[in-house]
Design a protein around this ligand. Structure first.
Ligand code: HEM
Length: 197
C-alpha cells in the first residue's frame, strides 16, 4: 500500500511538471474545411469566429494549462492551489476538464510515446531518489541563497523553441546519503556534486 501511495504521488508530480512545463509549449493545426470556433470573434472576442479552410490556428498548451478560469475557483481561497503554483497534491482531488491538459496532445495524433516517456521519467526519478538524500534548487548559476534554509524559490527561465527547455540550465545540488553541506552551501565531503542540468 505504501508503495502505491508513493507511486500515486510520483504520477501526480509528473502530471504537475507537464502541466506547468509542457514539453511542446506551442502547437498549430490547419482547418481542413471552413468552420467556426466557439469564441474569438466580435468586439470582445467572446462570439464565435469564422475560420476558413487551410487557416493555421496556433495554440499554446503552456498558456492554457496555467489559465485561472480553467481551475476550480477554490484556488482563490487557498493560494497553494493557484494554477501558477507547483503543487502535485492538487491532482489528488482534481481532474482537468477534457482538452484543458494536453501535454501529449490528444485525439488521433496523440503522442504514441506517452506511456514510454512516463515510465522512463518515473524510473529515472526513482533511481535519483534512491541515490540522493536531498536534491535542492540552487538558483541560476548554482548560488545558494543566504543560508541553507533559504533555498532559491524563483521560477526557472524558460526557453521555448519547438520544445520547452530551461533557458539558463537547472542548477541543483545533489546530496548523497550521509553527506551534510555547510551553511555557505559548500559541500562537505567529496561526494557532494553541484550539477547544471
Ligand atoms: C515527456 C515526453 C513527451 C512529450 C511531452 C511528448 C509530446 C508529444 C506531443 C504533444 C505530440 C503531438 C504533436 C502534434 O501532433 O502536433 C507528440 C507526438 C508524437 N510523439 Fe511524443 N512526446 C514525448 C515523448 C515521446 C517519446 C518518448 C516518443 C517515442 C518513443 C514519442 C513519439 C511521438 C510520435 C511518433 C508522435 C507523432 C504521433 C502522430 O503524429 O501520429 N514521444 N508527442
Amino acid at each position: 500500500m505504501a508503495a502505491m501511495a508513493i507511486l500515486t504521488h510520483q504520477q501526480n508530480t509528473m502530471n504537475e511538471i507537464l502541466r506547468l512545463y509542457p514539453v511542446v509549449p506551442f502547437n498549430v493545426r490547419l482547418a481542413l474545411h471552413d468552420t467556426t470556433l466557439p469564441r474569438g470573434g466580435g468586439p470582445d472576442g467572446l462570439s464565435p469566429i469564422g475560420i476558413l479552410k487551410d487557416t493555421p490556428i496556433g495554440y499554446t498548451t503552456l498558456g492554457m494549462q496555467r489559465r485561472p478560469d480553467l481551475y476550480p475557483s477554490s484556488w482563490s481561497a487557498d493560494p497553494s492551489l493557484s494554477p501558477l503554483n507547483f503543487n502535485p497534491s492538487r491532482w489528488y482531488n482534481w481532474q482537468p476538464k477534457p482538452w484543458t491538459y494536453i501535454p501529449f496532445n490528444g485525439g488521433p495524433r496523440i503522442c504514441i510515446g506517452q506511456q514510454f516517456a512516463l515510465t522512463e521519467m518515473g524510473y529515472t526519478i526513482v533511481r535519483m531518489l534512491q541515490r540522493f538524500e536531498r536534491i535542492v534548487p540552487m538558483g541560476e548559476g548554482g548560488r545558494m541563497g543566504r543560508g541553507m534554509s533559504d533555498h532559491w524559490d524563483g521560477d526557472v527561465v524558460l526557453k521555448a523553441e519547438i520544445v520547452l527547455q530551461p533557458g539558463m540550465g537547472v542548477w541543483v545540488g545533489f546530496w548523497e546519503r550521509g553527506v551534510e553541506p555547510d551553511r555557505k552551501g559548500e559541500g562537505v565531503g567529496e561526494k557532494r556534486e553541484l550539477v547544471g542540468v
